[in-house]
Design a protein around this ligand. Structure first.
Ligand code: MN
Length: 249
C-alpha cells in the first residue's frame, strides 16, 4: 500500500501535473481519495504554476490549431499565472487555495480578479478538452443529470452552444453544478475572466465543471469570426472523462 502510494505521487511529479485534475483534487479528497490526489492540492496554492497539458499543442487539430494552442497556453495562460502571483504577493489572498480565492475576489480587486480568473478559467478549459474525446466516457450519473436538467443531451448541447455564441465580447460559457452535494446542473456565461466560482461577483454562483473560452484569442487564427464553428467543433474535443470526474467530486 505504501509503495503504491509512493509510485502514484512520484508519477505525478515526473509527469508534471497533468492539467486535468488540479482544480478538482480538493473535491476528490472529500471523497476520501488516495494521498496521491492530495499531493496535487499543493499546486492549488501560491505560487501558482502553469499546468502542463496532457496532450500536445498540435493534437487537437483540425479543431484547435497548434499556433492557437502555443499562444493560448504558453503566452496567455502563463501571463495570467505570473500576474496572479504578483497580485497576491504579500496580501491576505496569498493564504488561500484557488477555490477559496475565487470565492473571496471582489469587484474592486481588478488584478486578482482578472488574473485569478484567467488562471482558474484556463485550467478548467484545459481540463475540459482532450485529443481523445469520447462520448462514451460520460459517467452515467452525469448523463442522468444532463437529461433531467435539460431534457436530453441534444437540448443541453443546444443551450450551451447558444450561451457560448451569444456571450457578447470576451468571456466564457459554463456548465455548472449548484453545489457538490445537490449537483443541480445549470448553464451560465461570464464576462472577461469572471467565473461562476466568484461568489461575490456573479449573480448565480456554482461549481464549473465544463468551460469554453470564447475570447477571440481562443479561436480567431483558425476560425476568424466564425465563433459558431469553433463552438460546434468544441463538442468534438470535450474530455468527458474529466468533466465526469469534476461532476462526481
Ligand atoms: Mn483564453
Amino acid at each position: 500500500m505504501k509503495k503504491r502510494k509512493f509510485l502514484k505521487i512520484s508519477g505525478i511529479a515526473t509527469a508534471g501535473a497533468i492539467a486535468s485534475p488540479l482544480l478538482f483534487s480538493s473535491c476528490k479528497s472529500d471523497n476520501k481519495m488516495s494521498s496521491g490526489d492530495k499531493a496535487q492540492e499543493v499546486k492549488q496554492v501560491t505560487p501558482f504554476t502553469l499546468p502542463e497539458l496532457s496532450f500536445d499543442y498540435d493534437s487537437l487539430e483540425p479543431h484547435i490549431d497548434k499556433m492557437t494552442m502555443e499562444i493560448h497556453h504558453g503566452k496567455h495562460h502563463a501571463g495570467y499565472v505570473k500576474k496572479l502571483n504578483a497580485a497576491v504577493a504579500d496580501t491576505d489572498y496569498e493564504q488561500l487555495d484557488i477555490w477559496k480565492l475565487m470565492e473571496e475576489i471582489n469587484e474592486e480587486e481588478t488584478a486578482v480578479r482578472n488574473n485569478g480568473g484567467g488562471h482558474f478559467n484556463h485550467t478548467i478549459y484545459w481540463n475540459s478538452i482532450s485529443d481523445n474525446s469520447n462520448m462514451e466516457d460520460i459517467h452515467s450519473d452525469l448523463k442522468d443529470a444532463i437529461n433531467s436538467s435539460f431534457g436530453s443531451f441534444k437540448a443541453f448541447q443546444k443551450q450551451f452552444s447558444e450561451a457560448a455564441a451569444s456571450q457578447f465580447g470576451s468571456g466564457w460559457a459554463w456548465l455548472n453544478m449548484s453545489t457538490k452535494k445537490e449537483k443541480d446542473l445549470f448553464i451560465s456565461t461570464t464576462e472577461n475572466q469572471d467565473n461562476p466560482a466568484m461568489k461575490k461577483i456573479v449573480d448565480k454562483s456554482g461549481i464549473p465543471i465544463l468551460g469554453i473560452d470564447v475570447w477571440e484569442h481562443a479561436y480567431y487564427l483558425n476560425y476568424e469570426n466564425n465563433r459558431k464553428d469553433y463552438i460546434s467543433n468544441f463538442f468534438k474535443i470535450i474530455n468527458w472523462d474529466n468533466v465526469s470526474s469534476a461532476f462526481l467530486c
